[in-house]
Design a protein around this ligand. Structure first.
Ligand SMILES: NC(=O)c1ccc[n+]([C@@H]2O[C@H](COP(=O)([O-])OP(=O)(O)OC[C@H]3O[C@@H](n4cnc5c(N)ncnc54)[C@H](OP(=O)(O)O)[C@@H]3O)[C@@H](O)[C@H]2O)c1
Length: 297
């Protein structure tokens, strides 16, 4: 049986790639925040109810994939109420409506739920400890989703870039055109993730849970491997035919930001692979593919 996907945040960077990755034999509804505001509980209830009915009438299996979030990490430090409403209360409303209509829910979360002082890739079961408002609101959202509806899954990801967002790859390409050299932090380690690869993973997971599968309820999905922001920037330069040596390493202390960044936020994909889901490819290979297909910059 084919899938029907409701994708709140459907006009965001990841949301638009979920639409692109969705199989053609089903149905996808990807509302913008103006069309479906997750902080509006009655609107969420109406939207999920109508979606579930439409999907089942059409003989499709409904799944909600939540790609909506307040993602302005620095702004969240001084806009905590709004960040909380979107990242914690909103997913809670979504989970309640999904429970009422028996619709599986996939909720996307972040490496920022961890303290970022690890020395090996974080497993889903590792202790959390967010250091930023954004991270705290996302962790609260995870807990609400998981405790509200037992057919809900949290998928944490990190360092996402894609065709439809303002992201690091586009920023590096723009700065490369305006500067001889760039200083990029070399003491934060993570895994770049092409949003289209993540989207395919989410669609695969949606297919599995809609068919009754029961993978672990917290999973990690990022590009394989790890690098620093400086390493990522050098790879972007190389992909664009520019001299990677134009990117110079610097430290986090050189660029203070309102919200602290995790020094180490590599997420282990072991649980994802053990659940029989296709591992996301290595971040370097994905970057080449994203540039080759002109998804970025
Ligand atoms: N980008 C990253 O590096 C990264 C890293 C780790 C995890 N993640 C997670 O990945 C997911 C997708 O992120 P993204 O990169 O696609 O971010 P994005 O491009 O900022 O997309 C987020 C979307 O959420 C929508 N939204 C905001 N408030 C909303 C509300 N009240 N109701 C409904 N929709 C609302 C936004 O719409 P408007 O613009 O119209 O407000 C936007 O389209 C998020 O859960 C994020 O936490 C991202």
């Amino acid at each position: 049986m084919a899938l029907a996907l409701l994708v709140p945040g459907g006009r965001g960077q990841l949301g638009r790639d979920v639409v692109a990755a969705a199989p053609g034999d089903g149905l996808v509804h990807a509302p913008s925040s103006a069309e479906l505001d997750l902080t509006d509980a009655p609107a969420v209830a109406d939207a999920v109810g109508a979606f579930a009915a439409t999907a089942r009438d059409a003989g499709l299996r409904p799944v909600v994939v939540n790609a909506a979030a307040y993602t302005a990490v620095d702004a969240a430090e001084t806009d905590a109420d709004r960040a909380f409403a979107v990242n914690a209360a909103g997913p809670g409303h979504l989970a309640e409506s999904c429970r009422e209509h028996r619709v599986p829910l996939l909720h996307v979360s972040t490496d920022y739920v961890f303290p970022g002082d690890g020395v090996r890739p974080y497993e889903p079961s590792d202790e959390t400890g967010p250091r930023s408002v954004y991270g705290r609101t996302k962790l609260d959202g995870e807990r609400r989703v998981l405790s509200t509806w037992d057919r809900s899954w949290v998928v944490r990801t990190a360092w996402v870039y894609g065709e439809h967002g303002n992201n690091f790859v586009k920023t590096m390409a723009r700065l490369a055109g305006a500067n001889d050299t760039l200083s990029v932090v070399d003491d934060q380690v993570g895994s770049p993730t092409w949003s289209l690869d993540l989207a395919h993973g989410l669609v695969e997971l949606a297919g599995a849970v809609s068919a009754g599968g029961a993978p672990p309820r917290v999973l990690h999905a990022t590009g394989d491997g790890e690098t620093t922001w400086c390493g990522f920037a050098r790879a972007i330069f190389a992909e664009l035919g520019l001299d990677p040596e134009r990117v110079r390493p610097c430290t986090t202390a050189d660029f203070p930001r309102p919200a602290p960044r995790p020094a180490y936020s590599v997420l282990s994909g072991k649980a994802w692979a053990d659940a029989g889901l296709t591992p996301l490819r290595h971040w370097r290979e994905a970057l080449s593919a994203a540039v080759a297909t002109r998804a970025v910059p």
